[in-house]
Design a binder for this molecule. Structure first.
Ligand code: FER
Length: 286
């Protein structure tokens, strides 16, 4: 009996290794180290009027190196976790370094990356009890703010391609759950969806994706990743199992790591390098 458990454990270790590494789902060394001698993107601080919340709200916007009004860009909306705000990715993950390096190596389509505050309430600061039900609810309310306030603002202010195939959403933890909920719930708006270490706010699979064949037809890429030592892994796993059962193509990467920026930075690297171009289907979970 013990032998079988070890065998199963061994098989699990090998298969999770295969899922994340041998399929090339791991960023190369140095992907997050700032380089000199390359061109860099810029980070803008913007403020938009939210009809949803009734106040003006902040977001950060990365424009790629060489951003020009004479071109039009696709957009990735990149969401933070329960203890964060619009600055969490910047403070913890240096996304601008990852994105600049990817672009210098010609591994990424030039894109705009918007980092909003996903806690859609009047006082949206990450202070006090971050688990307060009112604050958790505000992460769900952000769906309306995103669709009706933020996206129209971004598409007016920046030179943006305004169709679903040029719009992506991804996030870490609570933001991963939001990305799966809002992305899969609005397939007319998003063709590229990524959840890194998605939190318990991720809807149950049958509610998240009641019509798998529609998702199969409309999604360009669905990416789900999580650290193998993350206590929240079951939310990624149950989504993955449902997608497998219902034959919805997706990438599933279980990586060495916990609930931390090592996993989220890898997710950003992989997801953004795959965006807005033909996808190598051999990387999909079988
Ligand atoms: C929970 C555990 C973790 C939860 C949310 C989280 C809403 C989110 C974690 C994160 O964003 O890092 O029970 O409930």
């Amino acid at each position: 009996m013990r032998k079988i458990i070890y065998l199963l454990f061994g098989f699990f270790m090998i298969s999770s290794h295969v899922q994340s590494q041998d399929l090339g789902l791991e960023a190369p060394q140095g992907f997050d180290v700032k380089r000199t001698g390359i061109t860099h993107g810029s980070i803008d601080k913007v403020t938009y009027q939210s009809k949803t919340v009734g106040v003006s709200r902040k977001a950060l916007v990365y424009t790629p190196p060489g951003y020009s009004e004479s071109k039009q860009y696709p957009v990735l909306y990149l969401l933070h976790g329960i203890g964060g705000d619009e600055k969490e990715w910047l403070n913890g993950g240096n996304p601008q370094v990852i994105l600049d390096n990817l672009q210098a190596d010609k591994k990424m389509e030039p894109m705009i990356v918007v980092m909003p505050n996903g806690r859609a309430m009047k006082d949206d600061r990450a202070i006090g009890n971050i688990m307060d039900p009112e604050k958790v609810q505000a992460f769900a309310t952000f769906e309306k703010d995103l669709l009706h306030d933020l996206i129209p603002f971004i598409e007016k202010k920046y030179s943006v391609i305004k169709d679903r195939e040029s719009r992506a959403i991804a996030g870490l933890s609570m933001g991963g759950g939001q990305s799966l909920n809002f992305g899969l719930g609005n397939l007319d708006q998003f063709a590229w969806v990524g959840g890194f270490s998605a939190a318990p706010n991720t809807k149950e699979p049958e509610i998240l994706l009641p019509n798998p064949s529609e998702a199969k037809e409309k999604l360009k890429l669905l990416w789900i990743s999580c650290g193998d030592a993350d206590n929240l892994i079951r939310f990624s796993e149950r989504t993955h199992q449902y997608l497998l059962k219902n034959d919805v193509p997706h990438m599933y990467s279980i990586e060495p790591g916990a609930h931390d920026f090592k996993v989220w930075k890898n997710g950003l690297y992989m997801f953004s390098s795959l965006l807005f171009k033909p996808v190598d289907q051999s990387l999909f979970a079988k």
